[in-house]
Design a protein around this ligand. Structure first.
Ligand SMILES: [Zn+2]
Length: 358
């Protein structure tokens, strides 16, 4: 749903809130968005408590600390305002508040038994897809790998998609969240779980990212680019929460959990390699069309090669813009991948089905 974040107070009231628990992170506080949210909650007559102990790739011990803060707060509705890490942390705190135990007890598909508190999400910086998804990704700091919670109860009750929240985003963050949305769209479209409904959203996301991401990286004051990229992220989220994802995400989570690296850039680096590997057996002709490529005389690898070479430089370049080129070497990523702990997932209640990657 596209809406203004200023509707947050009204939305929390609709969820029956008497006191609101706000989950965010220090960077967002510095950018001023939680203060704007507090004003909206105040205008709606809602007291609130704020917790900002989340870091990128949210950790199991952070969730335990957040749950403790929630339990002591007397709050009854959880509002997450932030990027993917904040949204995942807000969901995980809600899971613990209703079900107890440790967050990693609920890893897997449909492991959450009791209903969780109402969730209102206000995604920022292009993480709009996370605001409509049934996934929650938490880092197991002991095993140094990411665990995934999956279930319909993790879909937030209300998610506010407001493109204005992209205005304070740094260019490198615009690039990495855009690359993540692109990966969501492509992997959802070529997924074996894709359907007619997810195809519409997936291709729309690919089309919008290819047309608007560079414009947004160049200028966050470009209102058309902001609106298009917000729509792209939301469409990609609607696609992947139903069609699930693929090998790029599966590998990005392994490396992200082992080395604590940014999710979107990892996807950007890994995606060209996955496409090259899968190009002949997937539905890449339609993907190439959505990317704006010429598909006459279509031969998968040859037709995609030029785009892959150009695109492959993107995540590296954006990471270099952030003055952090040291980890952005594909060699280091693949070394991290081979060193990352791995296992075959089997959930008792899903009879050995592998966990989907998010
Ligand atoms: Zn992703």
């Amino acid at each position: 749903m596209r809406a203004r974040a200023s509707e947050a107070g009204y939305a929390a009231r609709r969820l029956g809130a008497r006191r609101v628990f706000v989950v965010t992170d220090p960077g967002l506080i510095e950018a001023g968005w939680p203060a704007a949210l507090a004003a909206q909650l105040g205008a709606a007559g809602l007291p609130y408590s704020c917790w900002s102990g989340v870091t990128p790739n949210p950790k199991d011990h952070e969730i335990a600390a957040g749950h403790e803060a929630y339990s002591a707060s007397g709050c009854d509705v959880i509002v997450g305002i932030g990027g993917g890490s904040v949204i995942d942390a807000a969901k995980a705190i809600a899971v613990l508040s209703a079900n107890g135990g440790q967050i990693l007890d609920y890893a897997g598909v449909d492991q959450i038994d009791r209903p969780i508190p109402p969730l209102l999400m206000i995604p920022v910086y292009g993480w709009y897809g996370r605001g409509v998804s049934q996934f929650c990704v938490i880092t197991d700091t002991t095993a140094r790998r990411k665990e995934i919670l999956v279930g319909r109860s993790l879909v937030p009750d209300i998610s506010l998609t407001d493109p204005r929240l992209l205005t304070t985003m740094a260019p490198e963050l615009a690039a990495t969240t855009g690359l993540d949305a692109l990966t969501h769209g492509i992997e959802a479209y070529v997924s074996k779980a894709a359907s007619g409904l997810t195809d519409l959203h997936a291709l729309q996301a690919v089309r919008l990212v290819s047309q608007h991401l560079e414009r947004l990286v160049d200028s966050r004051s470009d209102a058309d680019a902001r609106t298009a990229m917000a729509q792209a992220s939301l469409s990609a989220g609607l696609a992947f929460t139903n069609a699930i994802l693929g090998a790029a995400h599966a590998m990005a989570h392994q490396v992200g959990g082992a080395l604590d690296l940014p999710h979107g850039t990892l996807n950007g680096i890994l995606l060209p390699h996955v496409i090259r590997f899968n190009a002949t057996c997937g539905r890449y002709r339609e993907v190439a069309q959505a990317l704006g490529l010429d598909v006459t005389d279509w031969t998968p690898r040859r037709s995609l090669t030029g785009w892959l070479i150009t695109y492959g430089r993107w995540p590296i370049a954006s990471a270099c813009r952030a003055d952090s080129p040291s980890w952005a070497s594909p060699k280091r990523i693949f070394r991290g991948l081979s060193a990352a702990p791995s296992r075959t997932y089997a959930c008792p209640r899903t009879r050995g089905r592998r966990r989907p990657a998010m």
